[in-house]
Design a protein around this ligand. Structure first.
Ligand SMILES: CCCCCCCCCCC/C=C/C(=O)SCCNC(=O)CCNC(=O)[C@H](O)C(C)(C)COP(=O)(O)OP(=O)(O)OC[C@H]1O[C@@H](n2cnc3c(N)ncnc32)[C@H](O)[C@@H]1OP(=O)(O)O
Ligand code: NDP
Length: 294
């Protein structure tokens, strides 16, 4: 969507950039010329991704550089280290993509206290720790940076069986809006993306495992656009929101889900009714109308 070089000169930190959606977004940011620091707990995973993307994109003109720094987002010292190493390597930081998450599907009454804390600590505490560290750096250095939080559609609707994740994503979404209001005076923008289903190993292993996968419909089949999302579609939106082209958007959460949340509408699930059946329905209603007039 954005033209070549649209992110030239920008440096963006992507948490959880070694796998899944974070990796796909990182690939696109590099292609558009941004320098990217990826971080997560597993050093081998981020090192391998950095190596893979460097090799894959070597021939792309104006491609950015990538740095991998291990970090558990629950640990402020490790976050400070990512920030310091990024500034040392690339000179500055312009954007932060809070993408790291932990999640698994489970009836809530089966969760231990630690299970609940683990998810909330990664998703909510990790997001506010990282945002606080980078925000302080921006305010001190008078940089108009931009934060983008990867949320989910159930941050606003809520969802059973992923309650810790819903609680944490909901909190992060309110932080998005609250900080956008507070830090607008520094030129700092804070936005979110709420994706529907985008296949990744991390999400599918933990949210759609067997025997659930066999018991349930294909996730694409309950979506108005009839398919799951493509990583490129999400990367486009993320790059736009991290770029100066979205300079007047702040405090927003943009849903990208093929219309999945709209299926909550009372009658939205009737799409499999055939034309012939609708003819019958119409006939039946008209009969009832006539009867009510006589
Ligand atoms: C139905 C169709 C669905 C299709 C998909 C649609 C998707 C739509 C929207 C989804 C929105 C959001 C998605 C995501 O966030 S996907 C991201 C998924 N990726 C990850 O989770 C990656 C990182 N995850 C992990 O590392 C681990 O999963 C974990 C989060 C558990 C953290 O690992 P860690 O090693 O730190 O933690 P432990 O293994 O020590 O576990 C901590 C406690 O949690 C308990 N636990 C773990 N798993 C379960 C489980 N499945 N059920 C119950 N409890 C669990 C574990 O026992 C520990 O507690 P205790 O010590 O008290 O036993
Ligand atoms: N896939 C989907 O359909 C949807 C995904 N999302 C969101 O998209 C984002 C990416 O998810 P997805 O790509 O699917 O899944 P992944 O499992 O691939 O990504 C999660 C990433 O978070 C990192 N991570 C986990 N815990 C920590 C931690 N304590 N510190 C630092 N990093 C951590 C993991 O790396 P490591 O293990 O090395 O730490 C991993 O790279 C998440 O925010 C998720 O909630 C939202 C809606 C739908």
């Amino acid at each position: 969507m954005l033209r070549d070089g649209a992110l030239q000169g920008k440096t963006i930190i992507v948490t959880g950039g070694g796998t899944g959606l974070g990796k796909s977004i990182t690939r696109y940011l590099l292609t558009l010329g941004a320098n990217v620091t990826i971080c997560s707990r597993r050093q081998a995973v981020i090192d391998e991704t950095a190596q893979e993307l460097t090799t894959e994109l070597a021939a792309v003109e104006g491609v950015g550089r990538i740095l991998a720094v291990p970090c558990d987002v629950r640990n402020p010292q490790e976050i400070e280290n990512v920030l310091a190493q990024t500034v040392e390597t690339f000179g500055r930081v312009d954007g932060l993509l809070n993408n790291s998450a932990g999640n698994f599907i489970s009836p809530t009454e089966r969760l231990s206290y630690k299970a609940f804390d683990t998810i909330v600590d990664i998703v909510l505490r990790g997001t506010y720790y990282f945002t606080l560290a980078v925000g302080k750096y921006w305010i001190e250095n008078k940089i108009s940076g931009t934060v983008l939080n990867i949320s989910t559609t159930y941050a606003t609707t809520g969802s059973g069986y992923v309650v810790p994740s819903a609680v944490a994503k909901g909190g992060a979404l309110i932080m998005t809006k609250s900080l956008a209001a507070e830090w607008g005076k520094y030129g700092i923008r804070v936005n979110a993306i709420a994706p529907g289903p985008f296949p990744t190993k991390g999400a599918w292993d933990r949210l759609f495992p067997e025997p659930l996968a066999s018991l349930m419909d294909d996730p694409g089949s309950r979506i108005p656009l009839n398919r799951v999302g493509d990583h490129g579609e999400l990367a486009n939106l993320a790059a736009y929101l991290l770029s100066d082209f979205s300079g007047y958007i702040t405090g927003e959460s943009i849903t990208i889900d093929g219309g999945e949340v709209l299926m909550a509408g009372e009658f939205s699930h009737l799409r499999d009714v055939t034309d012939e059946q609708w003819d019958e329905v119409s006939k039946s209603i008209k009969q009832a109308n006539r009867a009510s007039k006589s």
